[in-house]
Design a protein around this ligand. Sequence first.
Ligand code: SAM
Length: 280
Amino acid sequence: MNYRHEFHAGNFADVFKHILLSRILLYLRAKPAAFRYIETHAGSGLYELASAGAGKTAEWSGGIGRLAPASPAPPLRELLGPYLEIEAPFLQKDPPHYAGSPLIAKALLRRQDKMLLCELHPRAFEKLKAVLGGEPGVKLFAMDGYMGLRAFVPPKERRGLVLIDPPFEDPGEFEAAADTLGKAWRKWPGGIYMIWHPVKDPAAAAAFGRNLAQRGIKRILRLEFQVSRPALQLPLARCGAFIVNPPYLLPSEAKRILPWLAACLGAGEPGFSINWLEGH
Ligand code: SAM
């Protein structure tokens, strides 16, 4: 378990994932009934962009570093504004910081909503505890997120979002993620699930989608986004998200957001795709 998200915090892949996260949580907030946010791989919550990790790779400069100063015109401003407003006070710190998914979600949860976050790496967990420990409605678990997810669903609210955001360092990660999602979905078919994944080998990403569909999971939206042509070697240039039971407006919002984001963050051969897996 060598993965350290601080090297990648705020890069194009985080921006893509966190914009989608904010749009889904805003949809859940639109109804007064409480919802639950569950995250299997939470990370440490907050990242210093000038640190030895983030500063060394400077991946954030091609992600939030480009997006934050850009000024999207309406209606994109409305779609991206909530995410950018959450990040702004962290970016304005000296040194600048980037808020990860737990802090973005916390900013969008209401008093009646709850969040459960798993993080296995002891150092990342300690940081997460320093950032969010003791906050109302927040429970943190220093445990394997796949095991946590199987135990936490269905939540008593019966509405909510699960974010599965593994490091994908281990070749078995796609299978572990698909297996856990399949089991969670059978226990809670009405939940919204988002799995982020890298696209280094487009065939492996496509096989992951087929793997999910073969488990009988319905209504899977596949989104992919690239800043340049994907390659097996680093740096990462393309990533994707499978979203089960996406909010009905998400595909049309993504059609507006992703071309603009590709133009803003593109570095060579930007692009995106949005499609439903067969059988939805
Ligand atoms: N979701 C975070 C965000 O968007 O801000 C980033 C998470 S990062 C991509 C993946 C995290 O998963 C790392 O912090 C890593 O320590 C943690 N991790 C690795 N294996 C895990 C496991 N089996 N269960 C829970 N966390 C794990």
